[in-house]
Design a protein around this ligand. Structure first.
Ligand SMILES: Nc1ncnc2c1ncn2[C@@H]1O[C@H](COP(=O)(O)OP(=O)(O)OP(=O)(O)O)[C@@H](O)[C@H]1O
Ligand SMILES: [Mg+2]
Length: 359
């Protein structure tokens, strides 16, 4: 297992390849590529009991992200879609270096994130924000909305006067759709609805004027009726403010609704990636087809074949041989048990990894 880890001390002590904060400030997204993720691996060691570790010499890992490569283009919404446990959150967190990779590289504007010094990382955290599924737990119920949204500015020491801070907070709250913002400033989270609270979280992320926001299941805990409003807000912020979104969801219909491109993940791998309309109208991987087949359609009488997958998602500690999807795949043939399928180009920037493509 290749390792990209180096200790913070080593990074700080004259490592010539270390990326300084000034490098980050000067970097641009060349050819529009904001992130270039190459062969990323994130394995978590399993700590077995004393007796087990005595009798077994083999170290075991949860293979949360198992060698994935993809790019995120500046100003797009890229959806990471797949079932629970397939590695979506780990991918997003590792891109922000909230998790350390065990292998591969993440280039942000061409700079290797694993080589960021602590001050570069500090600056990076302003540019790359994350919002979570549960707006109830991710904000402090004892703070006013003003204090919640102002906190990132204070922690990062980015405003030079109270006036500037106030202006930026009001702008972020207003842009998050809570208008007039002044009516919300001195209210508390419990006075707001779930949707409004999620807007506060979004304002807390955008107040720093980030380049990218990882939105991890941002509407999963919200009523269906208000989901659309939050999704629309993300699209609006992408279009007006140029914010790039990495939108994590288990629900392909949500990805379809707002994303520019979709990456379908299965058990730590990307099995299909491409432009949203292309992936949804011309899915090549049986797993993508299964996800699409269960999306509700407006006409209940429309004839559709639902692909019901066999069995549960396998354990990411014991990944099946060959194609990891083969035990659940309706189209599997014998070769699928042995050969791990390489990514095949379907056309444009649409790729899928299935042995049976092109048969
Ligand atoms: N810190 C950790 N230590 C050990 N295992 C972890 C850790 N974080 C995640 N995992 C495991 O890695 C796998 C991928 O988890 P991850 O949270 O990335 O999946 P996910 O696609 O976001 O799932 P969900 O839809 O449930 O949020 C899971 O098996 C999970 O249990
Ligand atoms: Mg998750």
């Amino acid at each position: 297992m290749a390792t990209t880890k180096d200790t913070p001390a080593a990074r700080e002590q004259g490592d010539k390849s270390a990326v300084k904060a000034s490098d980050l400030a000067a970097a641009t997204a060349k050819d529009g590529v904001l992130f270039d993720v190459r062969d990323l691996e994130v394995y978590f060691p399993i700590h077995e009991g004393f007796f087990k570790s005595m009798v077994s010499t083999e170290k075991k890992f949860v293979k949360a992200v198992d060698h994935i490569s993809f790019q995120v283009m500046q100003g797009e919404i890229l959806a990471l879609v797949g079932e629970s446990g397939c590695g979506k959150t780990t991918t997003g967190r590792t891109m922000l270096r909230l998790e350390e990779p065990t292998g591969g590289h993440i280039l942000y504007k061409g700079l290797p994130v694993e080589k960021f010094t602590s001050s570069t990382l500090h600056a990076y955290r302003r540019k790359a924000q994350i919002i979570f599924q549960d707006p109830y737990n991710s904000i402090n119920p004892k703070q006013t909305i003003f204090d919640i949204v102002a906190e990132p500015l204070e922690v990062n020491n980015v405003t030079s006067s109270e006036r500037e801070k106030e202006d930026r907070v009001i702008k972020a709250i207003s842009e998050a759709g809570l208008r007039p913002a002044t009516e919300y400033l001195y209210r508390y989270p419990h006075e707001l609805s779930g949707g409004q609270r999620q807007r506060v979280c979004i304002a807390g992320a955008t107040v720093l004027e980030p380049d990218v926001i990882v939105a991890d299941e941002p509407v999963a805990s919200l009523d269906v009726s208000i989901r659309n409003d939050i999704l629309k807000l993300m699209v609006e912020q992408k279009e007006k403010m140029g914010v790039t979104y990495i939108f994590i969801t288990h629900d392909l219909s949500l990805a379809w609704a707002i994303s520019d491109r979709i990456a379908v993940m299965y058990l730590g791998r990307i099995v299909e990636i491409g432009e949203t309309l292309e992936v949804v109208s011309n899915p090549q991987h049986p797993y993508t087809r299964a996800l699409i087949s269960v999306i509700p359609v407006p006409d209940p009488l429309a004839k559709r074949e639902h692909v019901i997958l066999k069995g549960e998602t396998p354990n990411p500690v014991d990944i099946p041989s060959g194609c990891r999807f083969h035990p659940r795949c309706p189209d599997a043939i014998d070769a699928c048990k042995e050969t791990d399928p390489p990514e095949k180009l379907i056309g444009g920037d649409h790729y899928a990894a299935c042995l049976r493509i092109g048969e």
